[in-house]
Design a protein around this ligand. Structure first.
Ligand code: SF4
Length: 470
């Protein structure tokens, strides 16, 4: 029986010394996987991918399925996703035809007809770029190829600017029970600056349609750290979000990585809130949302106390994967579509990122493998420790020892030797047995704590591959 997750006290946000904030505001992974994607291997081949899928078929693990739909009508400047900007709808129709091929091929390789999928997620891009009839057609084929459990989580990301009443009706008919929509910020000046004009009424109406059609769980995305944002102005956005009463909120820290996403060069550096200014925006969000009764799940997620994510946090059942936090733990994730990622007990796979390349592979009757990684025993041990820190906010060597048949105190002797420094900075409290529990402050800097256990990070390199932790 695991110990309960420590409670979070939002007052911790106001008690961080400036020198601590400065030292912890560094580039670091978001740990939606370990090892993180930048260290995966370009030599991981299609044969490796097939081997991973076949091994999954005999693993007995439940399935999770991710479908990437990359199309958007226009580019939001802050966007960090893999997108194809086009108004040529026939491109999406051709994509769907090939996607259906990939679904059949992949489902066969991973033995899907004899297994159960507990989770399906469509992301993008903008899945509602597809017209309603295509959404229903794609979901029908998915459900036929990957049989779903009765309580499967079936989630879709939508863009309120292009999602119609008919879309919502089709989404509900197709069986989706989770919907997630971007807001980012309601301030008109910020919306102009990020090239995403989305009046409040549009989002309000979309949420009302979802409720009318019985879609259980509504998530909204916000982004803090965007140009022209200030803490005072962002409070107005928070007030408007509260009137919408979403079940969950994901508040992402804007990742300014213009060397990876050239369109971000359009932002003036001077307009970007940074360091303490950016942290103040996030602080106000945490304070206002927790005052309003939401639970701070972790990193950048909030949920109503009766939402399954909040329940999973309290019961220690929370899990983290490429979609962020989830309640479906221990699944094998199959990725479909351009750039999509697969995650198995001992391997990661990723499809090619370029649409013409993906088209060509599918047309040749192949999988669209771009790269991946076989996990070593050490990777699997560290992955599980990082999961525990990200989702349960503690490291318990006895649990890790039992899970992996090792002496975790000896195995992590070097990491444990570094804990007093983190304790002195108020990040954690040691338990005297080599383990620790994160403090409320530590939960805010959870990425930094996980970095101690990351064997692939060069501790001396300020890697430009990752966004900053604040
Ligand atoms: S709608 Fe979403 S995926 Fe498309 S460009 Fe904007 S942020 Fe990126």
């Amino acid at each position: 029986m695991r110990k309960p997750v420590p409670t979070f006290d939002p007052r911790a946000m106001r008690e961080i010394p400036a020198n601590v904030m400065q030292r912890y505001d560094i580039a670091g992974p978001r740990y939606t996987s370990y090892p993180t994607a930048p260290v995966w291997d370009d030599d991981f081949s299609e044969a490796d991918h097939i081997r991973a899928l076949r091994a999954s078929a005999t693993s007995g693990r439940p399935l999770s399925v991710y479908v990437h739909l990359p199309f958007c009508e226009s580019l939001c400047i802050y966007c960090g996703c893999n997108v194809v900007i086009t108004k040529r709808r026939e491109q999406a129709t051709a994509y769907l035809d090939r996607l259906e091929e990939e679904i059949l091929r992949t489902a066969d390789l991973c033995g899907a007809p004899h297994r159960k999928a507990v989770q399906v997620a469509w992301g993008g891009g903008t899945p509602t770029y597809l017209p309603p009839d295509q959404i229903e057609r794609l979901m029908a084929l998915l459900a036929e190829s990957f049989p779903l459990t009765a309580d499967a989580e079936i989630a879709i990301e939508v863009d309120p600017r292009v999602t119609t009443r008919e879309h919502v009706a089709a989404i509900a008919r197709a069986g989706f029970n989770r919907i997630s929509m971007g807001i980012q910020d309601f301030d008109p000046a910020v919306q102009e600056e990020i090239h995403r004009v989305q009046p409040y009424e549009l989002t309000r109406d979309l949420i009302a349609w979802c409720r009318e059609d019985g879609i259980d769980s509504v998530n909204v995305d916000l982004v803090y750290g965007l140009p022209l944002q200030t803490a005072d102005k962002f409070e107005k956005t928070i007030e408007l979000v509260q009137t919408l009463s979403p079940d969950r909120i994901s508040a992402f820290s804007y990742a300014h990585v213009p060397w990876l996403k050239p369109q971000q060069k359009k932002f003036k550096e001077a307009d970007l809130p940074r360091g303490p200014e950016k942290f103040e925006i996030f602080t106000r969000l945490v304070e206002r949302m927790t005052d309003a009764g939401y639970e701070f799940i972790g990193m950048d997620h909030f949920a109503k106390p009766d939402n399954e994510l909040a329940i999973a946090l309290r019961t220690g059942a929370l899990w983290r994967n490429f979609q962020g936090f989830t309640t479906k733990s221990g699944t094998d994730l199959v990725g479909l579509g351009v750039t999509s990622i697969g995650s198995f007990d001992d391997a990661f796979t990723q499809n090619v990122k370029d649409l013409p390349d993906w088209n060509a592979r599918l047309d040749a009757g192949r999988l669209a493998t771009h790269r991946g990684m076989w996990l070593s025993d050490d990777d699997r041990i560290r992955r599980d420790v990082i999961q525990d820190i990200m989702c349960r906010y503690r490291f318990e060597p006895a649990v890790t020892s039992k899970q992996h048949g090792i002496d975790a105190r000896a195995y992590f002797a070097a990491e444990i030797a570094g804990l007093p420094a983190l304790e002195a900075d108020g990040m954690l409290v040691q338990d005297g047995r080599g383990g620790f529990e994160l403090t409320s402050r530590g939960r805010l800097f959870v990425r930094n704590v996980c970095m101690v256990f990351d064997a692939h990070l060069d501790p001396n390199a300020e890697s430009p591959v990752f966004s900053r932790t604040v």
